[in-house]
Design a protein around this ligand. Structure first.
Ligand code: ADP
Ligand code: FRU
Length: 291
C-alpha cells in the first residue's frame, strides 16, 4: 500500500446514455442519465483507493451544492481532503457527457470557471507523508513549480504527470517528472505520428522519465528510461459499454503497479487489463472485483 497525493480536478459529470450519437441540431431522448463525480485526477485516485492505496487529493472546490456530491463520493472512497482549497463562491467544473451505447464512446462538453490549485496551496502540504505524487498537466506555471519543489525536497518520491491536452507551455513539465503519461488525444493534437516514434521523439525532452502512451483499443506503449520500447495490447471486455475514465483508470493501473515495484512491462499490461475491464462496466466502482 502506498500513500498517494493527486493534484488535479474534480468535476460534476452529467452523463446521458443514448442509443446512437445524435446528428447536429437533432432532438433525441436519453435512455438513462447518471450524475456523478468525475475529473481525471480524482477518477484515478478513486481507482487507486480501490486497489488498496491511501490517497489524498489536492484540488479546488467551491462552496455550492454540487460540491457536496463530489465530497460525498471522495469520502466514500476514503480520500483525504485536507489539502483541498475551498472557495466561498463559484461553481464546480461541469461536464455534459453523451455516452453512445453502441460503442461506449463518450463525447464531453466541459465547462469550467473555477480558479486552479496553486503552488501556494501545494506548499502547505507535508510531502514527507507521501510515497507517490501525481499531477494533472494543467495550470502549467504552478504545476511546474510544484514538480520542482517535490524534486528538490523529496528527490526519492516518484512524480507522475498526465499530459492529456496540448496546453501552452506543457512541455515545461517534461523534464520535471519521473513518469510521463501521454494520451492519444495529445499526440494527435501535435500533428499525430506513430506511438513508438512519438515516444522516441519525446526521449530527448525527458531523458530522466519513463514514458507511457495509451492508445485506446490498440492498447499502450512505453519507453523506459533505459530505452526499452514496450507494447501491451488492449484487453477488450465482452462488450464495451462505457469508455469514460478509461484513461484515468489506465493511469491508476500504471501508478499502482509501479508503486508495487512491478516492472514497466508488467505495469503496462496490468493497466491495460484494468482499463479494459473498466470499459466493460458503467462508472469506476469496482467494489469487490479486486479482492
Ligand atoms: P482516454 O480515456 O484518455 O481516451 P484511451 O482511449 O487511450 O484513454 O484508453 C486508455 C486505455 O484504456 C487504453 O490504453 C486501453 O488499455 C483501454 N481501452 C480504451 N478503449 C478500449 C476498448 N475499446 N477496449 C479495450 N480497452 C480499451
Ligand atoms: C474523464 C473525465 C471526466 C471529466 C472530464 C474532465 O476522463 O475526467 O470525468 O468530466 O474527463 O476533462
Amino acid at each position: 500500500m502506498a500513500r498517494i497525493l493527486g493534484v488535479g480536478i474534480a468535476t460534476l459529470d452529467i452523463i446521458n446514455s443514448v442509443a446512437a450519437y445524435p446528428p447536429e441540431d437533432a432532438e433525441v431522448r436519453a435512455l438513462a442519465q447518471r450524475v456523478c463525480r468525475g475529473g481525471n485526477c480524482t477518477n484515478s485516485l478513486v481507482v487507486l483507493s480501490q486497489l488498496g492505496h491511501d490517497c489524498a487529493w489536492g484540488g479546488v472546490l467551491a462552496d455550492e451544492p454540487d460540491a457536496i456530491r463530489i465530497t460525498d463520493d471522495l469520502n466514500a472512497f476514503g480520500i483525504d481532503l485536507a489539502a483541498v482549497r475551498r472557495l466561498a463562491h463559484g461553481k464546480v467544473p461541469t461536464s455534459y457527457i453523451t455516452l453512445n451505447q453502441q460503442n461506449g464512446s463518450r463525447t464531453i462538453v466541459h465547462y469550467r470557471d473555477l480558479p486552479e490549485y496553486r503552488y501556494e496551496d501545494f506548499q502547505t502540504v507535508d510531502l514527507a507523508g507521501f510515497d507517490w505524487l501525481h499531477f494533472e498537466g494543467r495550470n502549467i506555471a504552478d504545476t511546474a513549480r510544484m514538480l520542482e519543489l517535490a524534486r528538490i525536497t523529496r528527490p526519492q518520491t516518484p512524480r507522475s504527470a498526465e499530459i492529456e491536452k496540448p496546453r501552452p507551455g506543457i512541455e515545461q513539465l517534461f523534464p520535471l517528472a519521473t513518469l510521463l503519461l501521454f494520451s492519444r488525444a495529445y499526440v494527435q493534437a501535435q500533428a499525430g505520428g506513430e506511438p513508438a516514434q512519438f515516444l522516441h521523439d519525446m526521449r530527448q525532452r525527458a531523458p530522466q522519465a519513463d514514458l507511457i502512451l495509451a492508445w485506446g483499443e490498440a492498447g499502450a506503449w512505453a519507453l523506459s528510461r533505459s530505452g526499452q520500447l514496450i507494447h501491451s495490447p488492449a484487453f477488450p471486455p465482452p462488450r464495451v459499454v462505457d469508455t469514460l475514465g478509461a484513461g484515468d483508470t489506465f493511469n491508476a493501473g500504471i501508478i499502482d503497479a509501479l508503486a508495487r515495484r512491478l516492472t514497466l512491462a508488467e505495469a503496462l499490461e496490468a493497466a491495460c487489463r484494468l482499463a479494459g475491464r473498466k470499459c466493460g462496466q458503467a462508472g469506476l466502482n469496482f467494489v469487490g472485483q479486486y479482492a
